[in-house]
Design a protein around this ligand. Structure first.
Ligand SMILES: [Cu+2]
Length: 263
């Protein structure tokens, strides 16, 4: 029965991975949002590999259960067996799962390390969580700063997304390795951007670090992912990814400085 429940759970998950996913939140959207960064691609691949693994393990267990239910049914076994131990079987059914877990640990730790260590990045953006908005600083571009608030429902223009669009999106260039330094001014928030596979807590008194390289121009949507108070649902995150040239123009518009030479 438990195995059947697992199958019920695993089968839809398995099917979901086969469905097309979406670049931005969609009504009734399913599965993961499309990946647009090296980290996101790797996480998606790992996730899909695990889904297949879970699916086949569930099938195997279900098959074994069906087999013993049929093989040892009461009508064929009027005198039940008194066997309660089989050393070899027990070694096998403990050993194989251990080996499977060890096999998962290796790529998992490699992936964790890949997401954690910021490679040679071109510049840094500082992200500060507030109750209930985000503040962005560009220390390598003259240190200018701005706040990013959700657009209230009554102020939405046609095409803008309710509870997702903001007045000042974070503008970033595509194809550039960017480091994020994240902290908070009050309580713990979490800066999460599904398409880039970023979900990093912002903690008062502490600096967290992550990185990305956005692959495609466009708008990316995320939300605070740590319950942070009554406005938790109303501090979305929007990244506007533009070409490096457009990014330099935007920096100048904002009164920032474009570094003479890109690192
Ligand atoms: Cu928050």
């Amino acid at each position: 029965m438990r195995s059947f429940l697992f199958l019920l759970l695993a089968l839809p998950l398995f099917l979901l991975t086969a469905l097309p996913s979406f670049a931005a939140p969609q009504p009734w959207g399913l599965s993961l949002q499309d990946a647009f960064s090296p980290v996101a691609h790797r996480i998606h691949d790992f996730h899909h590999a695990l889904i297949y693994l879970i699916f086949f393990i569930t099938l195997l267990v279900l098959g074994l259960l069906l087999y013993v239910t049929w093989r040892f049914r009461a009508s064929k076994n009027p005198v039940p067996s008194k066997t309660s131990h089989n050393t070899m079987l027990e070694v096998i059914w403990t050993g194989i799962p251990v080996l499977i877990l060890v096999a998962i640990v290796v790529p998992s730790m490699r992936l964790l390390y890949f997401t954690d260590v910021a490679p040679d990045t071109a510049f840094t953006v500082k992200v500060t969580g507030h109750q209930w908005y985000w503040q962005y600083d560009y220390p390598d571009h003259g240190g200018f700063t701005f706040d990013s608030y959700m657009i209230e429902e009554k102020d939405l223009k046609p095409g803008q997304k309710r509870l997702l669009d903001v007045d000042n999106p974070l503008v970033l260039p595509v194809g550039t390795k960017i480091k994020f330094i994240l902290t908070s001014a009050d309580v713990i928030h979490s800066w999460a951007m599904p398409s880039l596979a970023i979900k990093t807590d912002t903690i008062p008194g502490r600096l967290n670090e992550t990185w990305t390289r956005i692959e495609k121009e466009g708008m990316y949507y995320g939300q605070c992912s740590e319950i942070c108070g009554v406005g938790h649902a109303f501090m979305p995150i929007v990244i506007k990814a533009v070409s490096p040239e457009a990014f330099d123009l935007w920096i100048q518009e904002k009164g920032g400085k474009v570094p003479q030479k890109a690192l």
